[in-house]
Design a protein around this ligand. Structure first.
Ligand SMILES: C[S@@+](CC[C@H](N)C(=O)[O-])C[C@H]1O[C@@H](n2cnc3c(N)ncnc32)[C@H](O)[C@@H]1O
Length: 283
């Protein structure tokens, strides 16, 4: 039998030897997950059962081989909800919480009590589900093309008790956009990595789905196609909110401007990077 503290020391050592950054944090998350306790090291001398030892060793091995921590844990927090994640779905990022703040600000500013919102490229559903939890009277649509991501989207809406309308669809197809009219808000975190960024991905990010990441040669394909395709789905004065990559703000602003959006404003993420834009349809 091995004690928790000895098992923790060995786990951190294995991760460190395999060049996993934040090895202490990752090992602690795995311990919390296996023991189902917030502070498993409160009992450092407690013996680890064979079953738990086997689970921990398996998870540490997967992490050492470069699998994202979030896929190994099977879930990750975003805003104040927990989302199931795994192979085939993008892991929710804290940067995307900026989009949630943008939408909530718009609803407050315009006094929208029952906003009709479409989340394009919904993935795990972190945006659509969080918005529904924050504004229970909202009518929320979540659109996603990947079958694998769709499984997580349905699962997450059920687990979080969020009654949203989940739609399997290609958001770049005009027949999809045509079905939506009089939306108050379109929100989207589309794939936006450039071809050169795709070649320099960290090993963990390489495990995430290509179709969730790649946004064309210059990363801007989705903005170029979504802006003209979806503008008529908005009410007059309706808002388009999108996330983009570092340094893409001027190009996204130009695309929105060319598609007759007005009042374009940026927001920064917690790291101070210009991360989102919100724009309005002319009245
Ligand atoms: C950057 S991820 C964002 C996921 C989620 N909204 C989030 O913020 O974590 C982009 C998502 O767009 C989906 N996607 C890519 N092309 C699409 C298309 N043509 N139609 C609908 N969804 C698409 C991907 O499968 C992926 O789930």
């Amino acid at each position: 039998m091995v004690s928790r503290s000895e098992m923790y020391r060995q786990s951190v050592e294995i991760l460190r030897r395999n060049d996993i950054p934040d090895s202490g944090f990752d090992a602690m998350c795995i311990f919390q997950n296996v023991f189902g306790e917030r502070n498993p090291m409160f009992l450092p001398q407690e013996n680890v059962s064979e079953e738990h030892e086997e689970q921990i060793r398996g998870m540490i091995k997967r992490r050492s081989e470069g699998e994202p921590l979030q896929y190994i844990l099977g879930e990750w927090d975003f805003w104040n909800c927990t989302f199931k994640v795994g192979e085939g779905v993008l892991i929710p990022r804290p940067d995307t919480e900026t989009l949630i703040e943008d939408v909530l600000k718009i609803c407050r500013r315009k006094n929208l009590r029952m906003p009709k919102i479409a989340d394009l490229c919904s993935g795990s559903g972190c945006i659509a589900i969080t918005l529904k939890k924050e504004i229970p009277t909202a009518e929320v649509y979540a659109l996603e093309l990947s079958e694998q991501a769709m499984g997580y989207l349905k699962w997450n809406s059920k687990l979080n008790g969020a009654e949203i309308n989940i739609i399997a669809a290609d958001v770049l197809d005009n027949r999809t956009a045509e079905k939506f009219r009089e939306l108050d808000i379109i929100v989207t975190n589309p794939p936006y990595l450039t071809a050169s960024e795709m070649n320099e991905l960290q090993p963990e990010v390489r495990r995430e789905p290509y179709m969730a990441l790649f946004g064309g040669n210059d990363g801007l394909d989705f903005y170029r196609r979504l802006a003209p395709l979806w503008r008529d789905s908005l009410k007059k004065g309706g808002s388009f909110c999108c996330e983009f990559g570092m340094g893409q703000h001027d190009a996204v602003k130009q695309i929105l401007h060319e598609n007759h959006f007005i009042n374009i404003e940026f927001s920064k993420d917690a790291g101070g990077i210009i991360r989102t834009a919100k724009a309005e349809m002319e009245e």
